[in-house]
Design a protein around this ligand. Structure first.
Ligand SMILES: Cc1cc2nc3c(=O)[nH]c(=O)nc-3n(C[C@H](O)[C@H](O)[C@H](O)COP(=O)(O)O)c2cc1C
Length: 212
């Protein structure tokens, strides 16, 4: 299995894991990465801002937020939990882009590489300008990472937003956290804080359903 020492079944404290100031892994007996990886794509910076705020909420448990870059599945190795953030961009008639997430793929030799990894998604969108595609990227990412075997967490109630359609809604709930700087900028901070608390429970306290 392509997980690092902190992979499936590892402890979730992450406190034995350290890095040097240059970012090079230190040679310690235990694993070298924090428990939580935060990855994002961004066009104008909003999704990155939220990634940085999540890092503050998770402190040492989380690695520095990283842009997702091109299809680099190896980035996910070694994390026990992952947060992914993506904006939605309606480019063509009906095609919504999640920017750099559009091109990610599972490793060619392991389509289920994320079994045993918990994944949560947040998305940036504009419910007023794009009411028929509100935060669609959340749904796009959710579908991709579910297929890779990840245990998806971080769903929130459909409350406090006004829109017509969203691919992020599945069976009546948002499968990730929608955020809207354009119309509800003043609510973003509280929503992120609340969601971080929820994720701390779902990542670190509740048993993994995927584990055998
Ligand atoms: C050309 C364009 C298309 C957009 N399409 C969507 C969309 O389909 N759905 C949505 O919810 N928001 C849409 N938005 C709003 C952005 O997702 C929103 O501004 C977001 O905060 C951008 O995040 P970023 O700064 O990380 O790129 C669109 C914005 C632009 C400029």
């Amino acid at each position: 299995m392509a997980h690092g020492a902190g992979g499936r079944g590892g402890n979730l404290t992450g406190r034995t894991r350290t890095r040097t100031r240059t970012g090079t892994r230190t040679l310690v007996a235990r694993a070298a990465k924090p428990t939580l990886g935060i990855f994002y794509a961004t066009g104008t910076g909003n999704t990155k801002r939220v990634a940085n705020s999540l890092k503050v909420h998770f402190g040492d448990l989380a690695d520095e937020p990283q842009p997702i870059g091109a299809s680099n599945a190896k980035d996910f190795e070694g994390y026990e939990a992952i947060i992914l953030g993506a904006p939605s961009y309606l480019w063509e008639k009906h095609r919504v882009s999640a920017l750099d997430f559009d091109t990610i793929e599972p490793p060619f030799d392991d389509f289920k590489d994320l079994v045993g990894t918990k994944v949560a998604i947040y998305g940036l969108g504009d419910q007023k300008e794009y009411p028929k595609n509100f935060c669609d990227a959340i749904g796009i990412l959710w579908e991709h990472f579910s297929l890779r075997g990840a245990e998806m967490v971080g769903a929130v109630e459909n409350k406090g937003f006004e829109f017509k359609r969203s691919r992020a809604l599945k069976q009546g709930v948002f499968v990730g956290l929608p955020l809207d700087f354009e119309n509800q900028g003043e609510m973003v901070g509280d929503r992120v804080e609340e969601w971080s608390k929820q994720l701390k429970r779902e990542f670190f306290q509740e048993g993994s359903k995927n584990q055998s």
